[in-house]
Every structure is written in C-alpha cells, then in structure tokens.
Design a protein around this ligand. Structure first.
Ligand SMILES: Cc1cc2nc3c(=O)[nH]c(=O)nc-3n(C[C@H](O)[C@H](O)[C@H](O)COP(=O)(O)O)c2cc1C
Length: 307
C-alpha cells in the first residue's frame, strides 16, 4: 500500500467516485487512489440514497477509502465495513474545512482543534481493522495554530501507518499558495499535498524530505496525469475517447438521468481551454439525453462513437 515516492490520487468529493477511479486506472494501474470522503453515519446506516455505501473495492487495486465523522465507535464500524468491502487501507479525514463537516459535525478539520478526540478516533479505527490506517490533515486550524506535528505524533502513538498533509490551514480553505515546511523526522511516512501538479513541484516536495506526493485538482479533466507523472508508458491520449469512456462508466454506475447531469462538470474540465469550448459547454448543459451528449462529445473532439 505504501512505498516511497508514490504519487497518490487525492480524495475529491463529487469527483473521485468509482467511474472516475476506473478511468484513472486505465493510465495508472498501481498508483494509490483515495475514494471521496464517506460519512460514517451514512455507511453504517447503509443509507440507500448514497451509492458509494455499497461499493466494493476488491478489483480496484490500491484503494484507500476515506471516512469522516466525530464518533470513534461509528468510525470504527465504518472502517470494518470498508475493510470487508475490499479496501486496501482506511483513511481518516482530518482536514475537510466545509462548515457542514468541520463546524456543524465536529469532524474533518475540526479534529485539528480537538486532538484528544482525534486520538480516540484514530485508536478506535486502528484497533477495528487489520489493514493500514492513514490520516489526511492540514497544517492546522489557522495561522496561530499550526500544530500539525502534534497531531502526527498522536497518530504515531495510535498506530497510524502514514499521513498526508495539505500545506494550508483550515482558515485558508483553498486560497493562497500551499506551503509545506521541510519535513521533520517522523517514524511514519508523510505525503505532501497542495498545488503539486508537475515534475517540478513533485521534486520540490521530495527535496523537502516528503516520502510521496498527492495530487488533487490537477486530475480534473486529466485522469491520465498520475500515470504520466509516474512515467508510465502512455500511448497518445485521445481526450474525446477518454471522456466517452468516462461517461459510459458514469451511465453504468448512476443511470442515465443522473449521469448526464453529473457528467457536465467533467465535460467542462476535459474541454477547458480548448477553442470553442464555451459554446460546446452551453450545448452540453442544455441536453438531458444520453445519445445527444455522446454525439456532442464526438463532434467536439472528432472521435468515433464506437464504445
Ligand atoms: C472539489 C474538492 C473536493 C475535495 N474533497 C475532499 C475529500 O473528500 N476529502 C479530503 O480529504 N480532501 C478533499 N479535498 C481536498 C483535496 O484532497 C486536496 O487536499 C486539495 O485539493 C489540495 O490538493 P491539490 O492542490 O492537489 O488539489 C477536496 C478538494 C476539492 C477541490
């Protein structure tokens, strides 16, 4: 699950779902990938309106399933469910800044403010499963509380196998530049995250002493990027065909009605910066038909409608 200098695909809610991971896997069969964050309440309650509660991971390779929540018992139960579903490892979200998670639920980034609770959650999850457990966190709550190293030490005492650190505070959300300090000595590997998008930024993280890197937003509209940066042999990329394949996987997973609507944002990312993309996106956003969306994709990229 963890070896030095790996390139991790970050958890991205609303993006790194099963269909997206399948597309990433076409270019990067072995890189470690995270799921979207999954609520422990939703998972343990097996809420039927959330498809990912029923995902299996056995055939997905190196997959870390990320959970969020504030209740150690429920988090442990959720971790067991994901282990049984074939996850390679469990990740605990300790960095999500959105109010619904961090302030109203006392989960995600809030755990950077309550290290005692964070420790209880980590210990409960580690005890509940036999697969490795990681955490993903930020530098701290705000500039006055950049105490991520304390949290990492608690993680080490709790039996956590590795940690990923996003070089921003909760207060920064996604603003400004991510800045990671040189990595201090820790007994577990630390993965650098935040604004890493090319060989140069990967190299910078490595020079700072980090044991691997994690890439998030750079994957949007570029599901091949992890494979490319890892130096995998990739034949020339036909973006239209990749987009069509992605859409097929979305249709299989979500059904036509939801897939057509949910795929619009991916179309925007795939076509970003291309000539006439604004016009194309308007047409895509107006269609509710699977066939019409496929036709538009083929017309825009000039590919064959044969998958
Ligand atoms: C749309 C979006 C959704 C995200 N969802 C999650 C999530 O579910 N869990 C998590 O730990 N981080 C989540 N993040 C944070 C990313 O994993 C990552 O830490 C952040 O985007 C910085 O990395 P980047 O600069 O490579 O994108 C999300 C970020 C974005 C933009």
């Amino acid at each position: 699950m963890f070896t030095d200098k790996q390139i991790f695909g970050a958890p991205l809610a609303g993006i790194t779902d099963k269909p997206f991971r399948k597309v990433v896997r076409m270019f990067s069969p072995t890189s470690p990938l995270y799921t979207e964050m999954i609520s422990c309440h939703s998972l343990v309650g097996a809420h039927k309106n959330c498809l990912r509660n029923f995902d299996r991971y056995d055939t997905e390779g190196n997959i870390g399933t990320q959970i969020f929540g504030a209740d150690p018992k429920l988090m442990a139960e959720a971790a067991k469910i994901l282990q049984d579903a074939g996850a390679a490892w469990i990740d605990i979200n300790m960095g999500c800044p959105v109010p619904k998670v961090a302030t109203r639920s006392g989960a995600g980034a809030y755990l950077m403010r309550d290290h005692e609770l964070a420790g209880k959650i980590m210990s409960a999850v580690v005890k509940a499963v036999s697969i490795p457990v990681s955490i993903k966190t930020r530098l701290g709550w705000d500039d006055a509380h950049k105490d991520w190293q304390d949290l990492i030490n608690i993680a080490i005492d709790s039996g956590v196998a590795f940690a990923a650190v996003h070089g921003r505070t909760r207060a920064q959300l996604y603003l400004g530049k991510a800045e990671l300090p040189p990595k201090p000595e820790f007994q577990i590997p630390i993965i650098a995250n935040g604004d890493i998008k090319d060989i140069e930024s990967m190299q910078k993280a490595e020079n700072l002493g980090y044991n691997g890197v994690m890439i998030g937003r750079t994957m949007l509209g570029k599901p091949w990027i992890l494979g490319q940066l890892a130096g995998n042999e990739i034949q020339s990329i036909n973006v239209g065909e990749v987009a069509l394949r992605h859409f097929e996987y979305m249709l299989e997973y979500y059904g036509t009605k939801n897939a057509v609507q949910m795929f619009r944002k991916h179309v925007a990312w795939y076509s970003s910066g291309m000539p006439n993309s604004a016009e194309f996106r308007i047409k895509v956003n107006q269609t509710t038909e699977e066939k019409e969306l496929k036709r538009l994709i083929c017309e825009f990229w000039g590919c064959e409608l044969n998958i």
